[in-house]
Write a protein of this length. Sequence first.
Length: 334
Amino acid sequence: MADIDTLRYPVGRMPRPKEPLDRATRERYLDTLERTPATFRSLVAGVSEAQLDTPYRPGGWTVRQVVHHVPDSHMNAYIRMKLAVTEEAPAIKTYEEGRWAELPEAKSGPVEMSLALLAALHTRWVTFLRALPESAFRKAFSHPEWGAVTIDEAIAMYEWHCRHHAAHIEQGLGASVFSRRPPMQALFVLGRAIFGGYFVYSGIKHFMNQKGMTGYAAAKHVPAAEAAVPATGAMLIAGGLSVMAGVKPHQGLAAIFAFLVPVTLQMHRFWEEQNAERHMIELTNFSKNVALMGATLALMQIDEPWPLSVDEARADREDMFVHLGGRDLRALPA
C-alpha cells in the first residue's frame, strides 16, 4: 500500500492547519497559487497527445484529466471562499469529481482551454484574497465532509492541491515513455533481465567459488574476506532478482550500488599496478564497474512501480479494492 500511496500523494496528504496562518506563510501559499498556471503550462509544453493520455499512476487519471480537473476544483474553491466572506458560515455543496473527470471534454478535450481558464481564474482568485482584511481569513464555510473550513485553512489546502497535481503531471509524463508504447515496455523488461541477471550470476559465483574468491579478496586487503564474500554474494543475488522482477527495485539497486562502490575502489586500484598488463586489466574492471554504477543510478530515477513488474501487479490488485462504481473511496473530497 505504501508504494501506491506515494504515487497517489507524492507531496504528502492534504494539510488541515488548526491555527490561523501568519502573514508570511499565507503570502507564501498565495505565491504558489499565483505561479500554478505558469507551472502547469510549462509542465505540458510540447508534450504529445499520447503523453497527455498517460495515467499518472496505475489506475489513475491521465495527465489530460488532471489538467482539466484542477480548474474544476479551483472554481469551486474560489466560489466557496467568496461565499464564506459574504455570508455567515454558508453550507456548500460538493461535486462528483470522478464523474466530472469522465465527461467527454475532460477525457479528450485540448488542455489549452483549461490552462487558459486556470490562468484567468487564479489571477482573479489571488487578487480577491490579497485584498481581504485580516479578519476575513477567520471566516468559514461548512463542508459536508470536512466540517467548518476557514479561509486560511482553505488557502493551505488548495496550495497543497496545486503542488499535489503538479507532481501527478510530472509522474505521468515521466512514465509516458513506457505506458503508451508496448515495444518500449518489452525492451525495458529485456534490459532488466540482462542487467539484473548479470548480478544474480555474479552473486552465485561468490558461493560456487567461495574459496578462490576469498583468497583473492584477502590478497586485495579486503577486511574479513571470509565473511565478505558470501555476504556480498547474497547482496548481488537479492539486488539482481529485485531488478529482474521489479520488486522494490530501488532497494535492490541501492544494494547493488553499495556493493559496487567499495569493491571498485578497493579491488581495482589500477593506479597502483606497475605491470602494464595488470594495469590494463584493473583499469578495464574499474571502468566497467563505474559504467554499472551509472546505469544503477539511472534506473533509480524510474518511479516505482515499474512497468510489467510484480509491484505493478500488486498495485493493480490493491486498486480493485479501493474503487466502487468508478469512484476512488480513499481519494480526498474535491
